[in-house]
Design a protein around this ligand. Structure first.
Ligand code: ATP
Ligand code: MG
Length: 393
């Protein structure tokens, strides 16, 4: 049995020893059956959150309202979620309330796709009431129950379907595909944060091109921030060589390059991205847009490692060529890497000139900085003093 499950086994055993049911569920069981690397192991149990907390000494209330308690075991964190049903759905979003239950099968019933509704117990026996294993064999993404009802309950599932298609290189089962086509406009009710998570996973998937074809066929892009009417840009974007190792910020830089929005910040903020990402894309956008191959010393200096590495990453995704090693060498060879490394300070200049501080000071420092970067002067106090026209001591 897979080591990840073996390591997590004591969590199941402790729950069952206390008289509850407990299973591995969701993505980890699916990925195990697919022979894929298992990321996080989710556990479902008949124990209610308070009961889970009594069994394990170290727990965190991560999503207690939804029945999820994080359990620390064997130096790992595990999300343990109480079996639940989801009550009425409001506005096609998440359910307004969850009800904890004691039945595994009912818990599996609320899950999105048959392949994600398989449970595995402590003896590694599978509980698969919706024939998820057959779906996995057929490489099909099939809603649990009636697809259109499931998409009405939570429209994000439509986006998840396309993301799984990309990630697993699967195909949509017929009824699920029809429901997706018919009800795509429900996606307008879904929160951007949840859409963004699925989008990133979709881009990293090996079957992105096929996923994008489907996405565009059902016009899902109309409900994604800033992408309405961007079919051509998205086709171009999907033709690039995205891979699993792609950094997230490269995805956003790439999207900006493909779409060329009139305002990058507004475009990125609509996806609710962290400020750091927005800033870095802003900083690198114009460099990346010119398909930059040759960097001047000044450009390397002002961009800095993070930015030129990102531009190189997007270039290699777009054109299959990286020159990161050369860029690093050229960067390392710069005489300084920030103003702080200059051999003089503002105080020296005040001292030499006898003048009052003022805006001229920054201009002078900028001039010196540039001359040092371009190796017009050595980064030495006396050399700089001479270059400024003051007498050496
Ligand atoms: P990944 O490998 O990307 O983590 P995953 O299947 O584990 O894929 P998660 O988003 O981590 O996906 O969700 C864990 C499980 O919770 C899913 O396998 C599925 O059973 C259930 N699930 C998640 N989101 C939904 C949803 N919107 N509707 C119904 N069930 C869901
Ligand atoms: Mg998961």
């Amino acid at each position: 049995m897979n080591d990840v499950f073996k390591k997590a086994l004591p969590v199941l055993q402790k729950l069952t020893a206390a008289g509850f049911e407990a299973y591995f569920v969701g993505g980890s069981v699916r990925d195990y059956l697919l022979n894929r690397t298992i990321s996080d192991v989710d556990i479902a149990t008949s124990a209610f959150p308070e009961e889970v907390k009594m069994i394990f000494p170290a727990t965190y209330d991560t999503g207690i309202a939804h029945g999820t308690v994080t359990v620390r075991e064997n130096k790992e964190n595990y999300e343990v979620t109480t079996f639940r049903t989801e009550g009425a759905y409001e506005d096609y979003r998440r359910p307004s309330e969850v009800t904890f239950i004691r039945s595994l099968e009912e818990d599996l019933l609320r899950r999105d796709f048959t392949m994600n509704a398989i449970a595995m117990d402590e003896n590694f026996e599978l509980h698969d009431p919706f024939s998820g294993q057959i779906s996995i064999q057929k490489k099909e993404i099939k809603a649990v129950g009636k697809a259109f009802e499931r998409f009405h309950e939570d429209a994000l599932r439509m986006m998840r379907a396309v993301r799984f298609l990309s990630q697993l290189d699967f195909y949509l089962e017929e009824e699920t595909a029809t429901a997706l086509q018919k009800h795509i406009d429900l996606l307008k009710h879904t929160s951007v944060e949840r859409i963004t998570v699925e989008w990133v996973k979709m881009i990293k998937g090996p079957a992105l091109k096929r996923a994008m074809e489907l996405l565009l066929k059902v016009e899902m892009e109309s409900f994604l921030p800033g992408l309405k009417g961007e079919k051509v840009a998205l086709e171009q974007f999907a033709s690039w060589d995205w891979e699993n190792r792609t950094t997230e910020v490269a995805i956003w830089l790439g999207l900006a390059i493909a779409v060329k929005p009139s305002n990058i910040t507004t475009f990125l903020k609509a996806w609710k991205l962290p400020n750091k990402t927005v800033q870095l894309v802003n900083k690198t956008y114009s460099y990346a847009l010119t398909n930059k191959q040759d960097w001047s010393k000044e450009e390397l200096y002002h961009a800095g490692i993070t930015a030129f590495s990102l531009v190189d990453e997007i270039n290699s995704i777009r054109f299959g060529e990286s020159q990161l090693e050369l860029l690093h060498k050229a960067y390392q060879a710069l005489p300084i890497h920030s103003k702080k490394e200059l051999a003089i300070t503002g105080a020296d200049i005040l001292n030499w000139s006898g003048k009052q501080a003022g805006p001229w000071m920054k201009e002078t420092l900028d001039k010196i900085e540039q001359a040092v970067i371009l190796k017009e002067i050595n980064n030495e106090k006396n050399a700089i003093k001479r270059w400024l026209g003051y007498h050496e001591e």
